[in-house]
Design a binder for this molecule. Structure first.
Ligand SMILES: [Zn+2]
Length: 779
């Protein structure tokens, strides 16, 4: 039975052996062709951040706890020679396997009855690394040979060597020559000496045994043997060899630089984990800025101000040169891990210059136009100036230089909240993501949150727009190609804005601040958020934008945490370290016009303006009406009373020109302008009801609807009724729905808590002049 089966089998074999052989060969060929995976190495990688010149700024350990950088494309020449000479001298000539040394190793292993030599080529070792070091068996060896030969068909020698160098173990948890070079020598592998290259080349051979922190003698011997071999082969000369032998081998692995941790984390958050990213940062500037921030924070620490962030950007290239997201602390205390450079924080006043430029562009103001600066109410919003004082009227540029709140709320109200909200979006303030109504007019006083990055980007764009009429914004990835977009704001308005921003008083040299080069022209602005939670400052020159935020990441406010006191000193210390060629923005003449201005009102001069100055302003300012404050009035011969032709003959009248402001503004304006003269009173019986002009009701105005707020304890809040008088001695008698409320003199404010419904408010002065308005209180 068995015999019959055997005969049948042999017949079958004789008949089909050719076909069977071909079939097996075909199966093998298909397997062989397809035996390599598409990607040989899929191990997790460290995320590595390089500076603009390829210097290492920061790296994180890979997810599997190994220091393994992204694979290199080419091994640096010295390391390549050392690896080849140490591991596989025939590497460049064989096709993946060296049969001669394989045979020699086989005999050696047999006679020693143990494995003394693997005779693996570098190519075979790449396969072993890919297979994650399986046990060494003969079957495994054959498998490695097959895959190595197959790999040689698909990859160049350079690529294979790079794969080996990138994935070989270099002791401890260091994988790959690049990570090893930084961990042991604090330098990229391209800058290693012969001795250092040789040290690295011998490490993968027995990484568990030889580690620079241990077995130093064994490692030195191995390195020296390789160096002497290099000399024998004529690769290095005698002098090089002796110098290399004299070098000591490294100690324990070094800590990798941590110079831009917050930027690295930002890249990781953007999905760049495991990549080697070449940034635009300059490592030297980054180090200097970090040192300045740390020193400055130590100065602020006594006031429990713990965090800060700085960004420095180049205007010309849009490249971020320095990005320090926080004061780093090894123990992570005081929220030092928070990236304060892209955290949304209340903007304080840092957006005011932008509104100034946009208002110039829209022709709403001229650089020196008067803006109201009096106690003001916008619905339920009553902004206050920082100093709680009022100037009555203030020139727009002075309002910006002094960062006054009330004039800027008026300006935003005139310019249009929705329009300004859209402008901010155009300049990529992406954290302003609620409707304009949500922010209201407080948008210009810090009602919205922005990040230091947003701020740097917007002002860099504006500086670029003045420089070249287009902008590219900022970026920190060297490979990130930015597209230029046409200017979003008229360059002349921006130029004017920067000019005004140079007029701010700089921090003095008290508080141990260093001397600031006050001759250098710098546009700058500070900002302080409500409750002293955020201190901002930003400086702009044609070359650089520097932005600083200081505060507590947890949002705690501190007294003295203001842009001027806490952020500006650091800003100027950094600005002063940047090179300057003394140049300023090119004047955008094509967008400017020269006109005759009234210096008092800042508007185009009219025929009565006593002084006229030729001024160059953005052409859009021509849209503003002419000065309306200088008017000709008619007075009696003694210049005591205003008159009309009803009581004084025209030829007897005098016709002086008067600077006339609305009463409420005049009341405050004359506190700071002693030369301001009130209008003369009307002559009695001159046919003009003089009292009608003497006072006017400021709040509420006719037909206003008012919603009473409730206090915390649930009681109804009061409304403050307000009037203003031209004549200081006037007394006003207040009546609400025929109930007498009281009298006021000098400052005319009256508090009241009317019930919901319609009300009639009547004001009477001592000469019987009356004004009545209606208003409604709603629930
Ligand atoms: Zn005028």
């Amino acid at each position: 039975m068995i015999r019959a089966f055997w005969i049948t089998l042999m017949r079958f074999w004789r008949k089909y052996r050719r076909k069977l052989g071909l079939f097996v060969l075909a199966v093998f060929m298909i397997w062989y062709y397809d035996c390599l995976p598409e990607t040989l190495f899929t191990n997790p990688r460290s995320t590595v951040l390089l500076d603009t010149n390829g210097k290492l700024l920061n790296a994180t350990i890979a997810d599997d706890g190994q220091w393994r950088f992204a694979p290199c494309k080419k091994v640096s020449p010295k390391v390549a020679i050392c690896l080849i000479e140490f591991e596989d001298r025939e590497f460049l000539s064989h096709r993946g396997v060296n049969f001669l040394s394989l045979g020699r190793a086989f005999i050696q292993n047999i006679s020693n009855r143990k494995v003394v030599s693997g005779a693996s080529t570098i190519s075979m070792q790449v396969i072993r690394l890919m297979e994650k070091n399986p046990p060494r068996t003969y079957v495994q060896k054959v498998y490695e040979i097959l895959l190595a030969t197959r790999m040689e068909m698909s990859y160049s020698k350079e690529e294979i060597l790079a794969m080996y160098a990138s994935n070989a173990p270099f002791g401890g948890n260091v994988v790959g020559v690049d990570a090893a070079s930084w961990r042991y020598f604090n330098r990229p592998s391209s800058q290693l000496s012969w001795s250092e290259s040789a040290t690295l080349a011998v490490l993968p051979n027995a990484p568990g045994l030889i580690h620079p922190g241990r077995n130093r003698e064994a490692l030195t011997k191995k390195r020296n043997r390789l160096l002497k071999h290099l000399y024998k082969e004529g690769i290095i000369d005698k002098m090089q060899c002796e110098l290399a032998l004299a070098e000591s081998i490294p100690n324990r692995p070094l800590r990798l630089p941590q110079k831009a941790s917050h930027l690295l984390q930002k890249f990781i958050a953007e999905g760049r984990r495991g990549q080697t990213i070449q940034s635009t940062l300059n490592i030297d500037l980054q180090s200097r800025v970090t040192r300045e921030l740390v020193a400055h924070q130590q100065f602020l620490a006594h006031n429990h101000i713990e965090n800060g962030a700085v960004i420095v950007a180049s205007v010309k290239t849009g490249e971020i040169l320095s990005y320090v997201g926080n004061v780093e602390r090894a123990d992570g205390s005081n929220e030092s891990f928070v990236n304060c450079a892209n955290a949304p924080r209340s903007s304080g006043s840092v957006l005011k210059p932008f509104l100034y430029a946009k208002s110039l562009e829209a022709g709403i103001i001229t650089p020196k136009m008067l803006l109201p600066d009096v106690p003001s109410k916008f619905g339920n919003f009553s902004p206050l100036n920082y100093a709680r004082t009022y100037d009555g009227f203030v020139h727009a540029d002075d309002a910006l230089a002094q960062s006054l709140n009330i004039p800027f709320v008026h300006l935003l109200n005139n310019y249009g909240l929705g329009k300004f909200h859209r402008n901010l979006k155009q300049y990529e303030f992406n954290t302003i993501n609620r409707s304009s109504r949500h922010y209201g007019l407080s948008l210009i006083l810090g009602g919205a949150e922005i990040s230091l990055e947003n701020l740097t980007n917007a002002y860099t764009r504006m500086a670029q727009e003045v420089n070249s009429g287009k902008s590219i914004g900022i970026h920190c990835d060297k490979m990130d190609k930015q597209e230029a977009v046409p200017s979003r704001t008229n360059p002349a308005s921006l130029y004017e804005m920067f000019e005004v921003m140079t007029n701010l008083k700089r921090p003095g040299n008290d508080h141990h601040w260093e001397f600031f080069d006050s001759s250098r022209k710098i546009a700058w602005k500070t900002g302080t958020s409500f409750g002293f939670r955020d201190a901002w400052s930003i400086a702009i020159t044609p070359d650089y934008v520097v932005a600083v935020w200081v505060g507590n990441a947890d949002g705690e406010g501190r007294p003295g945490l203001t842009g001027f006191q806490a952020a500006a000193p650091l800003l100027f210390r950094i600005v002063n370290q940047l090179p300057s060629n003394g140049e300023w923005f090119k004047v955008p003449r094509e967008y400017q016009s020269t006109i005759s201005l009234c210096p008092e009102s800042g508007l185009r001069a009219n025929e009565y303006c006593p002084e006229k100055v030729r001024s160059t302003v953005p052409t859009s300012c021509l849209e503003r009406s002419a000065c309306s404050y200088h008017q000709q009035i008619h007075v009696d011969p003694s210049s005591t009373f205003r008159v009309t032709d009803e009581c004084v003959a025209v030829f007897e009248m005098k016709h002086p020109v008067w600077f006339i402001l609305p009463p409420i503004n005049a009341q405050y304006y004359q506190l700071h302008h002693p030369n301001y003269k009130d209008l003369p009173p009307w002559m009695d019986g001159c046919g003009v009801n003089s009292s009608r002009h003497n006072f006017y009701l400021r709040y509420p105005t006719n037909n206003t609807r008012i919603q009473l707020s409730r206090d915390l304890d649930g009681t109804k809040g009061a409304i403050v009724l307000e009037a203003s008088c031209r004549n200081k001695s006037t007394t006003i008698y207040w009546h609400l729905d025929d109930h007498f409320l009281g009298t006021t003199s000098t400052f005319h404010q009256m508090s009241s808590t009317p019930e919901p419904g319609m009300h009639r408010l009547t004001l009477v002065d001592e000469v019987g002049a009356t004004q009545t308005i209606l208003f409604e209180v709603i629930r």
